[in-house]
Structure formats: C-alpha cells, structure tokens
Write a protein that binds this ligand. Structure first.
Ligand code: ZME
Length: 533
C-alpha cells in the first residue's frame, strides 16, 4: 500500500518531467507551486535500478531491501519536502538517510520507500565552516574532511571514531566512540548544536538551550526522530605529532588493571590522550597475517612465541597515544617513561611509532587499503559491539573470549577497552549499561565472513555470546544495537523506553524515519505477529 502511493508520486513526477523535457507543455511563467515543486524534486529523484540497488544494502552485507527511489537532496529543504510529501500521503512511505552506508544490519535502508543520499548535500558547497572553538559541519560530511578542514586552522575535534570515512550525521546518530572517549566522552558529548529535519518535515535548530528535547533525542537517536543536516562540533587546538604505542599482555587482569589506571588520569597528569585495547586469540597470532601495518614479521613472531610460552589463550594489547607538539617534544620520551613505569605489560613488549596527528587518526585507512586489495573489505560483517559493566569484564573474558571464541581465527579484530561512564550524558538516546559503575568496557567483535558457512558460524557465535551474557546475568548493552522485535528494543532502552515512544510520537508520528532499525513498525503496514525471534 505504501508502495502504490509512492509509486503514484514518482509516476506523477516522471510524467511531469518527460512532458517538460518533450516540450509538450511549455512551463507557464507562474506555474502551479506544486508543479514547480515537483519539477524541482523530480530531477533529484532516482528510480533506476542502478541507483536503488546501490541503496539496497550496507557495509554489513547481510540485509538487502530496495527502496522505490533515492533522493539526491541539494538542501535540507529538499529533505523536508520529501518527508512532508510522505506524511501527507494517505499511506506514508519510509524515509532513511544514508551517508556512507556503514551500518551493518540494514539500518540505512528504506524498504519500499526513499533513501536520502546524504552525500549529495555536500556536492555543491563545502559545508565545513571553522570558527574559534567550534566547526559547523554538514551532516553529510566525512569526519576525515572535517579533520582536514579544521587542521588548516590549527584546530580539531577532540573525540573520534577509529575509522574516519563515516559521516557526521551517521556517527552522531549512534554515539561515536574511540580511544579519546574516556576523557572527552563519545562524539555526541562534544556537540553544541544541530540542524535537524524531523519526521514531520520541520527544519529545526536545536541545542541544550533550544528545543532541548529534540537535541538530546537525536544524539544517539538511531535516526528515529529526524535527519541531522548540520552539527556544531567542539574544537581544541590540534595536536601536531603522536607517539603511538602498543603494549602486550598475556594476563587479562594486568591488562584491564592498566587500562583502568590509564583512563583514570586527567589531562594534566602524565598519561595518554588515547587508550584502546585489542585481543588477539592464539590462532590469529600463529595462523593470521605474517605482518600488519603496525607489527613487522619479527614482531608477530615474538608475539606468537610469547603466547605459546605463557600458555595464554590470548594476547592483549593496550593501544595508546600521547600527543605532542614542538614545545612538548623535548619531554615526550620522559613523559612516556613515567607512564610506562606504572604499567605491567610483558617486559620488552613495547612497540612505538611516531606519526602526525592526521596519520594517527586516519590509521584504519591503511588497513582498509590492505583489506580491499585482498578482496576482503566488501564481505559480510556480522559485527557485535557490547558495552560490559566493569565488574563483569573478567567473566566475559573467560566465557566469551577464551570460551566461545577461543578456537576462532577469522579475518577481523576484537577490540576491548574501558570508558568512564561520567562522560556520557544520560539525557541522550544513546544507552550505557544499567549498572551504576564508574567504568564500562566496550568489546567489539569485528569479524568478517569469507564464506556462507563462516557467516552462519559467526552469527551463531554472536547469539551464543548474547545468550551467555543473559544466562550469567551480565547486564551488557549493544552498541550499534540490533533487535528483530520491539521487545528487544524495550529491554535495550529500559527506563528510557517511555520517553522514546513519546518523542517518537512527537517528532515522527507516522514512524517513517529509518525503519531499518526495526524499533517502530510503520503504523500503516499490517504487522505480522512478532513472536520472539
Ligand atoms: C565499530 C568499530 C569498528 C569500532 C572500531 N572499528 C574498527 N573497524 C575496523 N578496523 C578497525 C576498527 N578499529 C580499529 N581498526
């Protein structure tokens, strides 16, 4: 039903266009506003198979659903108009923004509706405007371009994701986490103001002081309330140079103790500016790549023998970074020594590199190039990201990393690092574990599937991981969450659920926005009974 209405809209615009193109009907000087509108929009709507196919899947490559059309908006007003067209239709159709399509479970799809190709917003103007202590960036802008744009002013945002070829609107709709989050919070905690096109087609500028309910709803809002078309992002003086360090551990207790020490340090103390961690299961070390962009072949050999000598089933790395510039360069060695002296990594297992700030922040790009050239980038990504309360991280390590995943050797990586709960604003839609602990861990099982069998196995393992946490009473939360029924979402949001349904009723009453999240059913679509899936 939603289909037929949208189809009529598209058909109407197509016939209007062809009429104009064929000069069957010259444009009247003061034509009907609706016609002008239709003409203005028609040139921006694509319905060809190539365009809809490109918007039918995402980075996860596990879900596929075609939209009826793709909108290439020139302005936020184009998006507002599309949304108002949908909501004023007898049967509203879904609308989903798509930036880089880096969702992994079809969150950017709009089955039978319109995908808004957000990148089109930036094709005319640059849409990155730097001020003294903030940058206004279009929602469609890539973080790497925000970085380049601000660096020319000697400034940069403080909080980053590991990968920079993601859009501003995309990461802010989730949270945007990385090794700076322990100090600065997630990216959503570093935003002053947003422009949003709501699910009612209203264009709103919001902030903690103005339309505050919408501002906090949209941050981590999973695209449920509107589309971010501009964000005002906090800036700091840009670091120039980075001492990039990896420290190896065979003991998870020492590893987590040291991570927690490092994230407790203030910026004024001797410490790191970025703290993450990775886990290498033994088979990855012995059977995985012989070298990586960070580790040489000799390094990998040393690490593999460390694993076998200690009998540890996994090796853990703290990945950390210390920023410096011309004036602090003379002290960076000393500062690093001071910090390392407080840590318990395996003696001698320190690996360091010196890189520019841009090289450091864009480091995953190097991995991307390697993976692409090996043909293992555009493959299914059954990723599972969990936030685990600090009090249960060792149980998770034993049961999941050394248990369920113990025998694995897939392409991909496992991230594990702690963050400070206090840096998260609970008014935002983004969710953290319900335990009232100061620290929680993020564990990212970021594996790729190179065959159908492997995909099924990894999916089954993910289910076992969730079942394990459930059974053991580990109160974890998914990051980049995915549930197939509303009950899962209710539990995910817990005490926030009621407010979220109220905000949904206010800002997207027709439930047309980002239905690929599967949080709210389109009211017009007859619901098949949702038994717990
Ligand atoms: C969701 C998420 C992915 C967080 C970090 N990632 C990453 N993906 C791919 N390669 C990475 C990576 N973090 C470091 N390298």
């Amino acid at each position: 039903m939603a289909r037929s209405c949208l189809a009529a809209f598209l058909l109407c615009m197509a016939s209007f266009l062809s009429a104009v193109a064929g000069q069957l009907r010259p444009m009247p000087a003061g034509g009907l506003p609706s016609d002008l509108v239709a003409l203005g929009m028609a040139s921006k709507i694509q319905t060809d198979r190539n365009s809809t196919a490109r918007a039918s899947s995402d980075f996860g490559r596990m879900v596929e659903a075609a939209p009826e059309a793709v909108l290439q908006p020139a302005t936020a007003a184009d998006i507002a108009e599309l949304i108002r067209f949908s909501t004023s239709s007898p049967v509203p159709f879904p609308v989903s923004p798509r930036g880089q399509g880096h969702s992994v479970r079809g969150q950017s799809l709009a089955p039978g509706g319109v995908v808004v190709d957000m990148r089109a917003l930036g094709r005319g103007d640059h849409r990155i405007n730097v001020s003294a202590d903030y940058v206004d960036a279009g929602g469609e802008q890539l973080w790497v371009d925000v970085l380049r744009g601000t660096l020319t002013h000697g400034l940069a945002p403080c909080a980053w994701t590991d990968y920079l070829r993601l859009t501003v609107g995309g990461t802010l709709s989730n949270a945007g986490i990385g090794g700076q989050a322990f100090r600065h919070g997630p990216q959503i905690a570093n935003v002053h103001e947003l422009d949003v096109v709501t699910g009612t087609g209203e264009m709103v500028t919001c902030s903690p002081h103005k339309r505050k309910d919408l501002f906090f709803a949209v941050l981590g809002g999973l695209g449920q309330f509107g589309i971010i078309t501009r964000a005002r992002i906090a800036l700091e003086p840009a670091p120039k140079q980075v001492r990039w360090v990896r420290l190896a551990y065979s003991d998870v207790v020492a590893f987590t103790r040291d991570q927690e020490l490092l994230i407790s340090k203030q910026a004024s103390e001797a410490g790191f500016d970025y703290v993450e961690g990775q886990v290498q299961l033994n088979r990855t070390l012995t059977e995985g790549p012989k070298s990586t962009p960070f580790f040489s072949e000799a390094d990998i050999n040393r690490l593999a023998s460390l694993a076998s000598e200690t009998g540890s089933r996994a090796i853990y790395f703290i990945e950390a970074a210390m920023y410096y510039d011309e004036t602090t360069a003379p002290y960076v060695d000393q500062k690093l020594e001071t910090v390392l002296a407080q840590l318990s990594f395996v003696p001698g297992f320190v690996f360091t590199k010196d890189v520019t700030y841009l090289q450091f922040l864009d480091r995953v790009r190097v991995e991307e190039v390697v993976l692409r050239s090996a043909g293992v980038w555009d493959v299914p990504h059954p990723w599972l990201n969990l936030f685990i309360p600090r009090s249960r991280i060792l149980d998770f390590d034993a049961g999941v990393l050394k248990g369920i995943l113990g025998g694995d050797n897939p392409v991909g990586l496992i991230l594990m690092y702690p963050m400070n709960t206090a840096k998260w604003n609970s008014q935002m839609t983004a969710v953290t574990p319900p335990t009232r602990e100061d620290v929680f861990y993020t564990v990212g099982l970021l594996r790729s599937a190179l065959s159908t069998n492997e995909l099924e196995r990894l999916q089954r393992e993910n289910q076992s991981v969730l079942a394990f946490c459930d059974k053991e009473g580990i109160e974890c939360k998914q990051y980049l969450p995915h549930y197939t029924c509303q009950d899962g979402w209710r539990r995910h949001f817990g005490p926030k659920w009621r407010k979220i349904t109220q905000l949904k009723a206010k800002y997207d009453p027709h439930a047309i926005m980002s239905p690929g999240q599967r949080i709210f059913q389109l009211p017009s679509v007859p619901t098949t009974s949702t038994t717990a899936a």
